[in-house]
Structure formats: structure tokens, C-alpha cells
Design a protein around this ligand. Structure first.
Ligand code: NI
Length: 173
């Protein structure tokens, strides 16, 4: 297994739209294992394939306290959403050091395949519901900062571009 590089906003590769996973095979299972390792290493609750520059409909999550309930979601399909919405403070491994308020469905039901190709249904509420919507957004090339005000988004963008340039300079010297 290996830890993958996580793309940082505003990298344009984060805006690519992922294609469905055509075949759940050894290559996909390796990607799943690497993504789980990368997510746990980064102390995140979710990671979409898009964030590691793999543009297939695949995401991993773990919202448990003990960090021992990995959830692998391949080719997710939304089957139901609640009328209720919730406003919550969200962060993202691709937007380090920031968070912002985003409105999401309070409950969402999805169907998906796991890494063995079995079809499952997930009725997600609370943090898991938010996480599912956040990660599924990644798969259509959408980062949560797009829901924030242009002012706040601009501040985040400027700061992260500056940090990336400084990191590049440190690597060169
Ligand atoms: Ni994210």
C-alpha cells in the first residue's frame, strides 16, 4: 500500500468529472487500499478518487470515532434525499487549513457497489450524510468552497496559491 498525493485547491484537476468504474478488479482494490491509507494518514473522514487524481466514481469514508469502520463506495447513485436540510461547518483534505458553512440534505440514501462488486444501500444521516454529499460532489468536479461567498472563496484561493508557491521554493532551495 502507499500514501497518495492529495491535490490542493484550486488545482484544475479537482474540477474533472469522474467516469463510472467499469470493472471492479485488482487495480480498483489497490486504489481503494491506497485511498484508505491516504485518508487515515491525513486524518480525514472521507476521500474521493478525484482528490488523488484518479477520475473514476469511487470514494472512501470513515466517520467512526475509533477510525475502524472504513466504507468503500463505488459508482454511487442517489435514490432518495430528505426535504430537510442542515447547515454545517465543512473542511476538506484538498483545502487544508480552512472550513466553511455548507447546506446539505439532512438524510440521503444511496446505492453503490463495494470493492467486491456487491451492491449495497446506505441510508446516511448526520455526519455521514454530509460526508456522502461532500465526496459525491468531488466526483462531479465540485469542491465545497464553490458554495461559499466569492469573497471567502477568493481569500482561500489566494492563501493556498501562496502556500503552494512557498512550498515549491522550499523544495528548490
Ligand atoms: Ni473534500
Amino acid at each position: 500500500m502507499s500514501i497518495l498525493n492529495i491535490l490542493t485547491y484550486p488545482d484544475p484537476r479537482l474540477n474533472k468529472v469522474a467516469k463510472p468504474v467499469a470493472q471492479i478488479d485488482a487495480r480498483i482494490r489497490t486504489l481503494v487500499a491506497d485511498m484508505l491509507e491516504t485518508m487515515y494518514d491525513a486524518k480525514g473522514v472521507g476521500l474521493a478518487a478525484t482528490q488523488v487524481d484518479e477520475h473514476e466514481r469511487l470514494l472512501v469514508m470513515d466517520v467512526s470515532e475509533e477510525r475502524n469502520e472504513p466504507l468503500v463506495v463505488i459508482n454511487p447513485r442517489v435514490v432518495w434525499t430528505s426535504d430537510d436540510v442542515v447547515l454545517g461547518d465543512e473542511g476538506c483534505l484538498s483545502v487544508p487549513g480552512f472550513s466553511g458553512d455548507v447546506e446539505r440534505y439532512a438524510e440521503i440514501h444511496i446505492e453503490y457497489e463495494n470493492e467486491l462488486g456487491d451492491t449495497h444501500k446506505l441510508e446516511a444521516t448526520e455526519l455521514l450524510a454530509v460526508c456522502v454529499q461532500h465526496e459525491m460532489d468531488h466526483l462531479i468536479g465540485k469542491v465545497y468552497v464553490e458554495y461559499l461567498s466569492p469573497l471567502k472563496r477568493g481569500r482561500i484561493k489566494t492563501k493556498l496559491i501562496k502556500e503552494a508557491k512557498e512550498a515549491l521554493k522550499d523544495n528548490e532551495s
